[in-house]
Write a protein that binds this ligand. Structure first.
Ligand code: SAM
Length: 418
């Protein structure tokens, strides 16, 4: 059968744009893999939650049944903030439903989606992840000990040398090793190829043209460029918001809101302006904090809100759209920041369409889909664009990643040899 144009574009780019709505479907694995050469993000590792399906679906659905019962029981009238949250949800609801309906109509896409994690033979136990120890490094813990400044990472720059001029001869692989402090240091791969790295007997893959700075919040000022025309044009922030869930606490440490007020967004911004994208949870109190305190403190002017609608591989939403405390979507608040300069006579970004909806199948707990390409469309007339992700857990080609565990998803066992 002949593939539709949209589907073949999706197969290559990982992005499927629906005509009739403000919505796109993205496959993070395809998007990420466009910038990898010798290695590929393993779909079965990315969509690992689907491999524990038998265990988890049962558990999760019983949890959600419990939740529903709990929410039904709790029939007290909504307080003012809950009413505001509910109103926001009611206004958004038809847009989400419409976007979801476009997904359900795209039968060619749904067919590919059902197989996003790849064939069964790509399960990690068989040949998916490259072999490495099962224990995951806790960068957060290591970064706190007094020896942290002594820890080093070895980067193995890959070169191939043709042994013999007249082709047909074997290519000799060569690695040039260089050692860098792993904490409180900007480690960069300026080459157009992946670099394999080793840290405490674990292997990591650094994508082409990327960098990371692994530190606590207290060191973030070290990323402020000396010249403001070297600042960043795209800043994505996914803070470790507190939300009281014990499940979250066991995954990574969280911080009270006041800590985010001092993030040097203005100082990190390019003097020609930066587009700032902030992930927020659905708590109404948080929305107020961002609009009234956080964005003003950062010097960011609010522009638009995007939504991430989470679906399962079969196309259904991950949860009931109307479950009050467990929405199957999250928000991204977008704004612009003009650094220290007066914003009056500076170029504006292409107008952002409000309420765009990004649909994807979630990866690991709290892992967000890569938005870079969708956001870069709005940044025109600035070349090359410099991008940074704050509180990152992965490293992306063309970006600098900062956080206390930016190597988290770069472990070689999440990759296959491409
Ligand atoms: N966007 C990420 C992703 O897609 O995987 C998830 C980010 S998660 C919401 C927040 C991150 O902030 C966690 O990795 C957490 O360890 C980190 N974090 C918490 N406290 C921090 C601190 N004091 N300094 C730096 N990073 C911190």
């Amino acid at each position: 059968s002949k593939m539709s144009n949209k589907l073949s574009t999706f197969m290559e780019s990982g992005i499927y744009r629906f005509d009739d709505t403000n919505a796109v479907f993205i496959d993070p694995v395809r998007v990420l893999n466009r910038s990898y050469n010798r290695f590929k993000v393993s779909p079965s590792a990315y969509y690992s939650r689907f491999f524990e399906e038998s265990k988890q679906t049962a558990k999760e659905s019983s949890n959600s049944r419990k939740r529903k019962r709990k929410e039904k029981k709790k029939s007290h009238p909504l307080n003012e903030r809950e009413r505001a949250a509910d109103q926001r949800h009611q206004e958004l609801r038809p847009l989400l439903v419409k976007a979801h309906e476009s997904l359900l109509r795209a039968t060619d896409l749904l067919e590919v989606m059902s197989n996003l994690r790849g064939g069964l033979d790509s399960s990690p136990s068989k040949c998916g992840g490259l072999s490495s120890p099962r224990v995951q490094q806790s960068f957060v813990e290591l970064g706190r000990v007094w020896q942290a400044p002594l820890y080093e990472i070895t980067l193995k720059f890959h070169t191939t040398i043709k042994q013999n001029e007249d082709g047909g001869s074997p290519i000799k692989e060569n690695f040039e090793q260089r050692v860098f402090p792993v904490f409180d240091n900007l480690v960069v791969n300026e080459t157009g190829d992946e670099v394999e790295a080793e840290f405490l007997n674990s292997q990591y893959i650094l994508p082409p043209d990327s960098g990371f700075y692994m530190s606590d919040l207290g060191q973030i000022h070290n990323l402020i460029p000396a010249e403001s025309d070297c600042g960043f044009n795209l800043i994505v922030v996914d803070p470790p918001w507190e939300n009281g869930s014990a499940r979250q606490k066991s995954r990574y440490p969280t911080l009270p809101n006041r800590y985010f007020l001092s993030l040097p967004i203005k100082q990190l911004s390019h003097n020609k302006g930066a587009l700032v994208a902030l992930w927020v949870t659905n708590r109404e109190k948080l929305r107020g904090f961002v609009e009234e305190e956080l964005f003003p403190a950062w010097g960011v002017r609010y522009m638009a809100t995007f939504y991430w609608l989470k679906v399962k591989a079969n196309g259904s939403m991950v949860g009931d759209l109307d479950l009050f405390h467990h929405r199957p979507y999250e928000c991204i608040l977008l704004g612009q920041c003009y650094g220290e300069k007066n914003s009056e006579d500076l170029p504006r970004f292409k107008t952002l369409k409000n309420n765009q909806i990004i649909i994807s199948v979630p990866g690991d707990y709290s892992r967000k889909p890569p938005l870079g390409e969708l956001l870069l469309e709005y940044i025109t007339g600035i070349n090359p664009t410099r991008c940074i992700e704050l509180f990152a857990r992965e490293i992306i080609a063309g970006w600098v990643s900062w956080g206390n565990e930016p190597l988290h998803f770069q472990e070689s066992r999440s990759f296959t040899r491409g």
